[in-house]
Design a protein around this ligand. Structure first.
Ligand SMILES: O=C(O)CCC(=O)C(=O)O
Ligand SMILES: [Fe+2]
Length: 300
């Protein structure tokens, strides 16, 4: 099995802060208990087949890297909450897709977590109109305009697991998010539908620095929920979520370190339909050749 998710309702009684902890806790549970939760059991089997859990993260033997697009869900299945089926964490080989170092080069910084040091005066708390406006954002989008093949290769790799063999349109220019100390990465909690994103689009959020509670994306577990929670990922993991419909945003970053992440969206081709609106920031239309690459990607 290449991937799984744990949507639906499961027995309450576990509250975990990180999915590695979830899995480590599962390791300690009797097999009989794991079996009561079929998705957890299957996911656990997939995980133990493809990798090995260590305290610092997941180690995946090179021979299994391709299958090891292990995807597992965080929290909801253990807490018994409903969990939107879009919510999946994908583990990818960060050494094959060294996005953090590539973006550090684009931003001309040595260490992403100290990116804030380029500002003599720290930017004001971002609002929607300013959250893409710093000199670091400019450096990134200038560099991307010359091509970002690593992003395309990475997106193809991830979509091979996520898109289930259906052709999709991929966002042409990924978004850079900077969550500076005492700041948020996005100006407000929102659903991407607030900004005209089309129905059927899904988001992939990719941290390039490791996350803590206040330096990560918070996403509500369910479309009807107004209560987002932090998704605490490591570099080498990406979160797929339905950003059009799930409330998401940030709380002020109290860690003292900058969080840097990329995010991109994909739209199954069958979902493309008029009318296509324009993005609020760049005025691009949500159409192939503009917001998305012209040619669909056939995940394989
Ligand atoms: O990076 C973040 O904290 C928010 C990202 C976001 O709004 C999105 O991916 O749609
Ligand atoms: Fe968003």
């Amino acid at each position: 099995m290449r991937w799984w998710h744990a949507g639906g309702k499961y027995p309450a009684g576990y509250v975990m802060t990180h999915h590695h902890e979830v899995l480590e806790d599962l390791l300690r549970q009797p097999r009989a208990l794991r079996k009561q939760i079929p998705e957890v059991h299957r996911g656990f089997a997939a995980l133990s087949g493809a990798g090995r859990i260590r305290s610092g993260g997941l180690s995946i033997p090179a021979s299994r890297k391709r299958d090891a697009s292990l995807i597992w869900s965080y929290g909801g299945f253990m807490t018994g909450e409903p969990l939107d089926p879009s919510l999946l964490v994908v583990a990818y080989p960060a050494d094959e897709f060294p996005l953090s170092s590539a973006v550090a080069v684009m931003l001309a910084v040595d260490d992403l977590t100290t990116s804030h040091e380029v500002f003599a005066v720290p930017p004001e708390r971002f609002v929607r109109a300013t959250d893409q406006s710093t000199v670091l954002h400019q450096r990134f989008y200038d560099a991307v305009s010359k091509g970002f093949p690593l992003y395309e290769a990475f997106a193809r790799w991830v979509l091979a697991s996520l898109a289930e063999n259906e052709p999709v349109y991929l966002q042409r220019i990924p978004n850079l998010r900077l969550q500076l100390p005492d700041n948020t990465a996005v100006g407000e909690f929102h659903r991407d539908s607030d900004y005209g994103h089309p129905d059927g689009e899904l988001n992939v959020w990719v941290p390039l620095t490791s996350c803590e509670r206040t330096s990560t994306i918070w996403v509500a577990p369910d479309k009807d929920s107004e209560s987002a929670r932090p998704w605490i990922l490591h570099v080498g993991e990406a979160l797929r979520f339905d950003g059009r419909n799930l409330l998401h945003g940030n709380v002020p970053n109290t860690t003292g370190a900058t969080r840097v992440s990329l995010d991109f969206r994909y739209l199954p081709c069958r979902k493309l339909e008029a009318p296509l609106l324009r993005t609020v920031n760049t005025g691009m239309r949500f159409s192939p050749g503009d917001y998305y690459f012209s040619d669909p990607i056939m995940p394989s």
